[in-house]
Structure formats: C-alpha cells, structure tokens
Design a protein around this ligand. Structure first.
Ligand code: SIN
Length: 281
C-alpha cells in the first residue's frame, strides 16, 4: 500500500489496494491511521457494489442510517446521491460536515463514484483543525466556550432548501420523509475535540447551525459566515476530481466538504455510506 500526500493541504491518495477483496487486519489498521492523519483518503479505480462498499466501511465502525434518503435495494446503509442531467439542484452543495444536526453525528463518510460528469462535479475538502489552530488564542478560547443549536430544518425542514424546489429540481424519488425530525434541534459545541486525536476543530456550519446558544439568529449568522470563509481559504482546502470508481473516505469530525454544482446537463451518481460517531464534545 502506497500513500501519496501530494493532493493538496489535506488528504492522501492510497494506491495499490483492491477494496473489493478482504484485506489483512494490518491493512485496515494502516488505513485507519492514514485516515486519522490525513483526514480524507482517496482510493482510485475501485469496483465496489453497494455491499462491498458497506463491507469495507464496517471495518471502521457501525454503519449509520441517513434520515432523508431511501437506501438502494441492495443494502440498507447505502444511499444513492444522484443529480440528473436536467436537474439544477445538487446534494451537499454548501460547506458542511455530514448530518451534524443528529445527537450522534457520523464520524466518517465513504462516497463512491458510480457515474461522473465529463468535467466538473468535484468535491472540495477543508481542514477544520488547521483552520481552528490558525485563529488567535483569545478567539479560540472564546469560541471554545460556546455551543450552537444544530438542526436539519434549514435544509430538510418544511421551509428548507431541499423541500421547496420545482419538480425538475427534486433530489429524486429516494429523498424526503422524516418530517418531524427535519424540524428538530440539538445542542453541540461550536468547536469540537476529536475523540481519537484530541485535536480541536471548527464544527458549526452555515446549513446546519441555526444559532449560537443565547445569541440571535442574525448575530449567529455573522460568526458562522466568518468561520466558514476562514476555513475555506486555499491553504486549508484540497480538491478531489472524481473519476468513475473513486472512493473517498473522510473524517466528519474535523473536515468540511462542499460538492460543486458546475456540471449542468450531465448526470452524476454516487453511493454514500456513513459510520456512526460519538456525541461531539
Ligand atoms: C455529501 O455532502 O455527502 C455529498 C458530497 C458529494 O456528492 O460530493
């Protein structure tokens, strides 16, 4: 197994490994270590059925269920993420960490490219740990004492961006449901400490953090917007140009990502698995 770190400020490409086959226990440990160190791993030229993708993911923890998308028929933990050629809305098209509005958000996401557009449709990844470390110590301390109210409602609630779209822009028949949960709120810190590395990262995000606890929504929006623009500066961001058969595996506790929506007229089809994490602290 070869680890190439020349992919940008964060992430690594892992070569010389076929994830559709069982690996030695030491290989899973090496992958886990590389994932903790680099935040996101890219595996090119894989051939993974939904079951094979889920079987690989299970080596790193218990698989989680995504609340707003029906799974593919082959596996209850694999969801399709599809943007049809005639759609304009994409899924995950703003800086976020996956499902941070759950009481126990997933620690990892594994996204596999089934079909990619001829150009565009890249995913950007931002290092929220390095971004936190680059803030002044006094600001770090202030932020570390704050918690936020996280919710799916701004995206998935009845007034949310994914529910109020024209028929052509729907995210597909697999999307929807869980209306009560879509309006729910949960409290998490704005800055979380990684359960395995002990390092602190920015965690609040534009689509999922409604407000800082005790602050108005307007006051909160400005600090969340500032932190988003801070963490998405070039020195913290790597870009994945997908090719069919690429699997990306990222750490949702310390990385943000953003799916670019610049390939109208072409289809993009991914399979996604998430791994259960721990309550953010
Ligand atoms: C997501 O936010 O999980 C989707 C990312 C992507 O499609 O690139």
């Amino acid at each position: 197994m070869e680890i190439n770190t020349e992919v940008g400020p964060i992430g690594a490409e892992i070569r010389g490994i076929d994830l559709s086959q069982p690996l030695a226990a030491s290989a899973y440990s090496e992958i886990h270590e590389a994932w903790l160190r680099h935040g996101v791993l890219f595996f090119r030229d894989q051939t993974l059925s939904p079951s094979a993708q889920a079987a690989f993911a299970e080596h790193f923890g218990e698989l989680d269920v995504y609340p707003f998308m029906q799974a593919v028929t082959e596996h209850e933990n694999v969801i399709p993420i599809v943007k049809e050629a005639d759609a304009t809305l994409n899924f995950g098209g703003d800086w976020h960490t996956d499902t941070s509005y759950k009481a126990v958000p997933p620690k990892a996401t594994l996204l596999y490219a089934v079909e990619v557009p001829p150009t565009g449709g890249d995913t950007l990844f931002a290092d929220a740990t390095a971004a936190f470390s680059a803030l002044s110590p006094a600001f770090q301390e202030t932020l570390s004492g704050l918690s936020g109210i996280y919710t799916p409602k701004m995206v998935h609630g009845k007034g949310g961006g994914y529910r109020n779209v024209s028929a052509k822009d729907q995210l597909g028949g697999a999307y929807g449901g869980n209306d009560e949960f879509a309006e729910s709120e949960v409290e998490h810190p704005l800055i979380r400490t990684h359960a395995e590395t002990g390092r602190k990262s920015i965690y609040c995000s534009r689509p999922h953090t409604h407000r800082v606890k005790g602050w108005t929504r307007e006051e909160s929006k400005s600090i969340i917007a500032y932190l988003t623009s801070h963490l998405t500066q070039d020195p913290f961001v790597s870009r994945l140009e997908w090719t069919q058969g690429t699997l990306a595996m990222w750490d949702n506790r310390c990385l943000f990502h953003n799916a670019l929506n610049d390939y109208h007229g072409h289809r993009r089809h991914m399979h996604r698995v998430i791994i259960r994490g721990e309550p953010p602290e």
